[in-house]
Design a binder for this molecule. Structure first.
Ligand SMILES: [Fe+2]
Length: 298
């Protein structure tokens, strides 16, 4: 089944601004082809992990999942078919663009496009962060995503019951947020309900030390980047992080020290009544989520 979050593609009118923001603030490596409009960003041995395509609005375009091997691909494919979801085969040109040999895609109940693949090729050259950031990726994937969806139960059922994700916990602090894992990383996907809309609230990138997080925080403050939440530590996944607004209206959570789940034990589903142990304070004028798109209700 699904092993880890492999890559993410978004579209944005501000795609080119990422070529400054991502290296300068986050320490990602810009590996964009100057002759192409798409901005591609590296954080490890993968050829790229984040692609920002030029688009009229800010939108999440695709989420790439690693299914481990051919058997994993078949397992996801049959789970989708059994639940009545169409799995489409992508052509060879698209698979090559994503850096994989076989690629399938489908849509979740909120309409987001997901892609499955395995054996993604590695880059020819070592990853070089302009700020010497070491990202925590590997078998636990590139980080985590938090979606805003019109019907949390439907999307949650899809990931837990069809795609085999495990329920980590819920945080009920005003609104409910549901956290799910597909490997030991505490969550790779979380869901918040926003009626009539869908979007990505944030993407989390994990660095290997608190000092690396602190230095990125300093860079974001010095560059006057809009800060969605100050440095703080989450109650459930224990991540120490800050949230900076990207040029595309969603947030990057930049953190370290995230908790790992025991995949063998079948840990009980936790319940939390607060999001953070300390910090994570919004600015005086909280930022309005900028990547929300209205969708017609089914
Ligand atoms: Fe997060």
């Amino acid at each position: 089944m699904i092993k880890s979050l492999s890559y993410v593609g978004i579209s944005s009118p501000a795609a080119s601004e990422w070529r400054r923001f991502a290296p300068e603030i986050l320490g990602l490596q810009d590996v964009s082809d100057p002759s192409e409009e798409v901005t591609r960003l590296r954080m490890d041995d993968a050829p790229w992990r984040i692609a920002v395509h030029v688009g009229k609005t800010n939108a999440l375009e695709y989420v790439g999942w690693d299914v481990g091997d051919h058997d994993g691909f078949e397992a996801v494919a049959s789970a989708l078919v059994d639940s009545g979801v169409d799995l489409h085969a992508a052509d060879a040109a698209l698979a090559d663009e994503r850096g994989v040999s076989a690629l399938g895609w489908f849509r979740d109940p909120a309409g987001f496009r997901h892609e499955i693949s395995f054996a993604r090729r590695q880059a020819d050259t070592p990853f070089e962060s302009p700020h010497a950031v070491k990202f925590v990726t590997g078998d636990n994937g590139l980080g985590h995503l938090v979606f805003m969806v019109p019907d949390m139960q439907a999307v949650s059922d899809f990931f837990l019951k069809v795609l085999g994700f495990r329920h980590s916990d819920d945080v009920e602090a005003g609104a409910r947020i549901r956290f799910m894992h597909c490997n030991p990383r505490h969550h790779t996907l979380a869901l918040a309900q926003v009626p009539g809309h869908r979007g990505m609230h944030h993407m989390m990138l994990e660095a290997d030390s608190l000092d690396t997080v602190g230095r990125a925080y300093d860079r974001a403050l010095a560059a006057n980047e809009p800060m969605a939440m100050s440095l703080g530590r989450h109650a459930n996944d224990l991540m120490t992080s800050f949230y900076v607004r990207t040029p595309s209206g969603f947030e990057i959570e930049f953190g370290s020290g995230g908790r790992l789940m025991d995949m063998q034990a079948g840990e009980p589903v936790g319940q939390y009544s607060e999001t953070s142990i300390w910090g994570h304070r919004p600015p005086e004028e909280p930022l309005v989520p900028g990547m929300l798109e209205p969708i017609s209700s089914a």
